[in-house]
Design a protein around this ligand. Structure first.
Ligand SMILES: [Zn+2]
Length: 171
């Protein structure tokens, strides 16, 4: 767990005016890298990135339910925990979350509790999703906060990762 969450130079910081390069695809590319790393660990390939109001990547991780023996070890929960710990706050207003798969109901509830501003996700998850499917957490009046949702970004890549992972596991 001594993983450095601080940005390591791959997020475009300090490159003088290179912020434009950190558009849509790039944050999702980092999330996809984390998803690939998760698959390599034998975890379901889902990756997430937490971005500060100034556009800095403050946490990035992939699923670690097996490694941590923790059913709550989803990528979104891990980056929320890391970012909240770094910020010394249980809320992250004006922060954005990028994730390669539609968040489940548990993660959606945590995202609402943390007051995340925007959620960008790649693949839809009709089976376990809790945003556009199933519990549709943010659409309930009991949800304390509803982030703006942007879906479908790099969806095909994220779906391919998941498909390959589960096909390999079945084989
Ligand atoms: Zn989840």
């Amino acid at each position: 767990m001594a993983r450095p969450y601080a940005s390591s130079g791959d997020c475009g910081r300090g490159q003088g005016g290179a912020r434009w390069a950190m558009g849509f695809t790039s944050y999702m590319d980092i999330a996809l890298d984390e998803a690939r790393a998760a698959a390599a660990r034998g975890e379901v390939p889902v990756g997430a990135v937490l971005v500060s109001p100034s556009g800095e990547v403050i946490a990035r991780d992939g699923n670690r339910t097996r490694a941590l023996s923790d059913p709550t070890g989803h990528a979104e929960i891990l980056v929320l925990r890391a970012a909240c710990a770094a910020a010394g706050s249980e809320r992250l207003p004006d922060h954005d979350l990028w994730v390669t798969l539609e968040p489940c109901a548990m993660c959606a509830a945590a995202i609402a509790a943390a007051r995340i501003r925007r959620v960008y996700y790649a693949a839809a998850d009709p089976k376990s999703g809790g945003v556009a499917h199933g519990a549709k957490v943010f659409s309930h009046p009991q949800s304390h906060h509803a982030p703006e949702i942007y879906d479908g970004i790099s969806a095909r890549e994220a779906e391919a990762l998941l498909k390959t992972f589960f096909a390999t596991r079945r084989a």
